[in-house]
Ligand binder design. Structure first.
Ligand code: 5GP
Ligand code: ZN
Length: 109
């Protein structure tokens, strides 16, 4: 998708080290971390948001399991929180579906 930051990172047009990558998703550090560890897991296919009717539930389900598998290598052995922001009320800023992964410290509720 033209003019999409996460598509550009996926394609290497904007540099951002990928901590994990496979054929479906990649993981980067959030540029503006809201916790000691703040990562984004981003499906490679461009869907604007969770409610996008084309968003692939199987990819998303596997993404959640991958987060659980990757957690120790991301410094999240003590726990973490996953968040998907949707739309204006959810505070979504980047219109390419992504999953926030926060941890590395005790998070406030
Ligand atoms: P949203 O509010 O859409 O759920 O979250 C978008 C996230 O992407 C924000 O936490 C923001 O800090 C992060 N972000 C925006 N632009 C970039 C970027 O160019 N690189 C990285 N690594 N993160 C970004
Ligand atoms: Zn995109």
């Amino acid at each position: 998708m033209k003019d999409c930051i996460f598509c550009k990172i996926r394609d290497g047009e904007i540099p951002s080290p990928k901590l994990y990558e496979d054929d479906e998703v990649f993981v980067i550090r959030d540029i503006n971390p809201r916790a000691k560890c703040h990562y984004l897991m981003i499906p490679k296919d461009h869907y604007a948001y969770l409610g996008d009717k084309n968003a692939n539930g199987e990819v998303l389900g596997r993404a959640l399991k991958k987060i659980a598998d990757l957690a120790p290598s991301l410094g999240l052995s003590n726990g973490y929180r996953v968040i998907i922001n949707q739309g204006a009320d959810g505070g979504q800023e980047v219109m390419h579906l992504h999953i926030h992964i926060l941890g590395g410290e005790k998070l406030p509720l």
